[in-house]
Every structure is written in structure tokens, then in C-alpha cells.
Design a protein around this ligand. Structure first.
Ligand SMILES: [Zn+2]
Length: 252
């Protein structure tokens, strides 16, 4: 989503940068084999429609981070998913994860406001279906707050950043790395390189994206890029897992 400017943006960048270096929740991944998770932020309707029908071809499940306030609305780049699709995908075994309710970045929020945002989003999702487990968080705009990580660790098993790279060895569960599955940032060769690194590290590759379409927004991917990544995983025998399942497989 659109870049932010001015003093708040600078403050956010500094806090995000510090987040990378102050590991609040170190954890050694103990997965037996390389894993990949496909995650989508803000949950555009096209990720639920075009995206999920591709995941079905591979019998694979994805993780969708919802901001309740974006559901069923046009955000300027795509139409938000409908509430009934969230429930349906949850019941089919996809994971519903948590953003902030309003999509405000954690770097802009003090502890009380972040707590209220998370509580509102959780209430919204449990109102759709009380069996939704809201265990994992993604930082809106990818901006991790060095001040809020300890707070997030009390509520979530993990928080996902948008710092690219393979998660392997000791990771910070409240600042997981993820690689853009976004045509503006990654092509087929980039996907192959990411899977090469993944195999070498026996790690956990997390992709993030937004919409999935023949002509996606600047923040989304084409159906063919998504298929290419799923083919690469299948061909290489990499386990495709939701974030929740990958954490379980890693012993977290
Ligand atoms: Zn987002």
C-alpha cells in the first residue's frame, strides 16, 4: 500500500530498523524439511477467488492477514474480500491471520491503541466465526515497532515483517522475514533463487503479496507468478504450509 512521508514516516522507519536488530523472541526452527508459506495481506477479493482456486489445484493452504475495516470495501487498489468468503476459507483450512483493524501501522500506535486495534480485529473475526483462531500477526506496511514487539509476543505466536530472506536457524518470532510475491519485485528467476537458498538453509520461506490477477496492482502478483512459485515448491518437494502449520512443524 502507498508509501508514507514526513516525520511520522521517518519515526516509523527508525523503529522498523531497530526491530530488525532487537530480537525479543528468539526461537530455533526445528523443521525436518524446507517449508514455504504463502501469505496475503489486507485480503483482496481476488486473493480469495483467483488465488484460492490456484491453491486448490495444488491442494495447498495459504494465510490471509485481515484488517477488518478493509473487508468488502474498495481500498484504492483492489476490492476487499467479502466477510462470507473469510468464513468459507477458514472452514476449508486456510488460515485467517491478524493485521490491525484499521490498517494503522504498529509504529504509529502506543500500547493502548495497538491493544485496542487488535482487540477490535479479533472481535470482528470471532464475530464472523468463533472457531477462527487469531494466532498470527502481520505488521501493516511491514513496519515492525521495536516498542510493540514484546506486547505482540503476549498475544500472537508470530508477527511477520516484509524484510526479505529465508527464516532459518534462530529467528525472531515477532519479526519473521518474508519475500514479496509481487511482480514489481520478483520474477521467475528470483523465485528459483529464493528456493535455492531455502534448500541450502533447510529453512522457512514466507512469501507475501496482496491481489492475484491477470493484471494485478503494483502490490500484487499475476496468476502465472503464483503458479510458478507453487510449481517450484512442488517440484523441489518443499512443504507448503500455513504460517500456523509451519510454526508447529518447526516446534514453536
Ligand atoms: Zn496490509
Amino acid at each position: 500500500m502507498a508509501a508514507r512521508t514526513g516525520w511520522p514516516a521517518l519515526k516509523a522507519r527508525v523503529s522498523n530498523r531497530l526491530s530488525r536488530h532487537f530480537c525479543t523472541t528468539p526461537f530455533r526452527l526445528r523443521n525436518q524439511r524446507p517449508m514455504v508459506s504463502f501469505t496475503f495481506d489486507d485480503f483482496p477479493e481476488s486473493a480469495a477467488a483467483a488465488g484460492v482456486s490456484i491453491f486448490d489445484e495444488y491442494n495447498a493452504k495459504a494465510t490471509f492477514y485481515v484488517a477488518g475495516d478493509l473487508v468488502d470495501k474498495w481500498c484504492g487498489h483492489w476490492q476487499g474480500v467479502r466477510a462470507d468468503a473469510i468464513v468459507e476459507l477458514h472452514r476449508r483450512g486456510h488460515e485467517i491471520g491478524c493485521h490491525t483493524f484499521s490498517h494503522a501501522p504498529a509504529t504509529d500506535l502506543d500500547a493502548a491503541r495497538l491493544g485496542a486495534e487488535i482487540e477490535e480485529n479479533r472481535r470482528y473475526l470471532l464475530g464472523l466465526d468463533p472457531s477462527i483462531r487469531v494466532d498470527n500477526f502481520a505488521y501493516p506496511y511491514g513496519l515492525g515497532s521495536v516498542w510493540r514487539k514484546t506486547q505482540l509476543a503476549k498475544t500472537f505466536r508470530s508477527s511477520r515483517s516484509i524484510i526479505p530472506g529465508i527464516n532459518s536457524g534462530v529467528v525472531d518470532l515477532q519479526y519473521l522475514r518474508s519475500t514479496p510475491l509481487i511482480n514489481h519485485h520478483l520474477d521467475d528467476d528470483g523465485i528459483d533463487r529464493a528456493f535455492d537458498e531455502l534448500a541450502e538453509a533447510n529453512g522457512w520461506l514466507i512469501f507475501y503479496g496482496h491481489d492475484v490477477a491477470a493484471e494485478p496492482s503494483a502490490y500484487g502478483c499475476t496468476t502465472s507468478l503464483l503458479r510458478y512459485a507453487l510449481n517450484a515448491a512442488t517440484r523441489r518437494g518443499v512443504a507448503i504450509m500455513t504460517v500456523a502449520d509451519a510454526l508447529r512443524a518447526a516446534g514453536a
